[in-house]
Design a protein around this ligand. Structure first.
Ligand code: SD4
Length: 354
C-alpha cells in the first residue's frame, strides 16, 4: 500500500532533508562516509548485483604496461555481467564499439536486482524512477544523453538515438520521454516492489539516509576496439533525490568521456562532486598528456577530495580509465571500489583501494 502523502509534503520534506545534507550526503556519499560502501563490504561475498562482489586482483596500477587491442572496463561487480555481453558482441565484430558498450550496459539496466540502475532502480523523493544515461564515441566526439527520463527501460538506447537522430546532445524529462516514444520505445513501470518498499521505509524513517545496500551505483563502461573508443554511463542516480535532480552521468565530461586521441573514463559516486570537477574530461586530458590511467584517475580523485574538503564535504567517488594503449587504472576516494576488466585473457574484478 503506498503511503498517502501529498506531493507538497514530500517535496517540502525532501527539501528540508537536502538542506540538512541528508539527501546529498545520503545518496552515494552516505555509504562512503561510513567507509562501508562498494567493495569495502565485498570481501568474501558473491557478486550479487549490488555493485559489490567477490574480489579480485589488486590493481596493477601504474605497473600495468599491457597493450590491449580490445578491452572493456566497467564500474563495480555488476560490470562483469555487462562486460560479458559487450565482449561477445565486440569479438563477433562491430561497426563501432558503440554497439558493444550499448549492449553491455543494457544488461545492467534490465536487471531488477540492481537498485541503482534502470529497472528496479531507486526512485526519487516522490517515488518516481528518473533515469540518467549517456553514450559517446571517441572518433567524432559525437555524444548523446538523457536526464530524468521516466518509464523507459533502456535510457542508454534513447541517448544513442539523441546522438544519432537529433541535432542535440542532451534531452531531459518529458521531452526525453516524448523523443523516446516517437522513436518506438514503450513506457513501462520501472518501480519494483522492492524499490517501492525501500522508498516507503525511507519516507517512514523521517527521511534518514538511505540504507547502504540501497545506495549505489552507476554502471559506466569503456570499450576499446583497436584505436576506437566508446563509453556509456547509465544510472537511476542518487536514491530519493529531489525530483528533477540530474547527476553526473548524462553530463558528458563529468560522468564519462572518451576521445580516440587519448582514451576513456567513467565515474561513479556523488555526481555533484564529479560535475564540479569535470571529472572524466580531466582524467582523459591527463592521459592525453601521457599520464597512465592509474595516475590520471588518482590525480583527479585527489583533486576532487581536496575541493570537497575545502567545501566541508566528504563523499565517495570512484573512477576507472583506459588509455590508447589499452592500459587500465582506477582510483577512489575514501572506500574501496572494484572495476571489471575484460580482455582476451578473460575477466577480472580489479580492486582499487583509496
Ligand atoms: C549520480 N553518479 O547520479 C551517480 C550515482 C552513482 O554510485 O554513481 N552512484 O550522482
Amino acid at each position: 500500500m503506498p503511503i498517502p502523502l501529498s506531493r507538497r509534503q514530500v517535496l517540502r520534506d525532501a527539501g528540508r532533508a537536502l538542506a540538512s545534507g541528508a539527501l546529498a550526503a545520503g545518496c552515494v556519499g552516505a555509504a562512503a562516509n561510513s567507509g562501508e560502501s562498494g567493495a569495502a563490504g565485498a570481501a568474501g561475498e558473491e557478486a550479487d548485483g549490488t555493485g559489490q562482489g567477490e574480489p579480485v586482483a589488486a590493481q596493477a596500477g601504474a605497473r600495468d604496461f599491457t597493450h590491449r587491442d580490445q578491452a572493456i572496463a566497467s564500474t563495480w561487480g555488476f560490470g562483469q555481467a555487462a562486460n560479458a555481453v559487450a565482449w561477445k558482441k565486440l569479438v563477433a565484430g562491430v561497426d563501432h564499439p558503440l554497439d558493444a558498450v550499448e549492449a553491455g550496459v543494457r544488461v545492467t539496466e534490465a536487471d531488477a536486482s540492481i537498485q541503482s540502475v534502470g529497472y528496479g532502480g531507486n526512485p526519487n523523493a516522490l517515488g518516481v524512477v528518473q533515469l540518467d544515461a549517456a553514450i559517446m564515441r571517441g572518433d567524432t566526439l559525437d555524444c548523446g544523453s538523457v536526464a530524468a527520463l521516466e518509464e523507459i527501460l533502456h535510457p542508454v538506447s534513447v541517448a544513442r538515438l539523441v546522438m544519432e537522430k537529433s541535432r542535440h546532445v542532451l534531452l531531459a524529462g518529458a521531452g526525453a520521454q516524448l523523443f523516446a516514444l516517437e522513436h518506438g520505445f514503450a513506457t513501462q513501470d520501472l518501480l519494483t516492489v522492492k524499490a517501492r518498499e525501500a522508498w516507503q521505509r525511507w519516507l517512514a524513517s523521517n527521511l534518514e539516509r538511505p540504507a547502504l545496500e540501497d545506495d549505489h551505483d552507476t554502471i559506466g563502461m569503456i570499450v576499446k576496439d583497436g584505436s576506437r573508443f566508446a563509453m556509456a554511463v547509465t544510472t537511476s542516480g542518487a536514491a530519493y533525490k529531489l525530483p528533477g535532480r540530474v547527476g553526473d552521468s548524462p553530463i558528458v565530461g563529468a560522468g564519462g568521456y572518451c576521445d580516440d586521441e587519448a582514451g576513456g573514463c567513467v565515474a561513479t559516486g556523488t555526481g555533484e562532486e564529479v560535475i564540479r570537477n569535470c571529472g572524466s574530461f580531466a582524467v582523459v586530458d591527463a592521459m592525453r598528456r601521457g599520464a597512465h590511467p592509474a595516475q590520471a584517475t588518482a590525480e583527479v580523485v585527489a583533486r576532487i577530495e581536496r575541493r570537497m574538503a575545502a567545501g566541508g564535504r566528504k563523499h565517495f567517488i570512484g573512477m576507472v580509465a583506459m588509455d590508447r594503449h589499452g592500459r587500465v587504472g582506477g582510483a577512489s576516494t575514501n572506500a574501496a571500489f572494484p572495476y571489471a576488466l575484460t580482455d582476451e585473457s578473460g575477466t577480472s574484478l580489479v580492486q582499487v583501494t583509496p
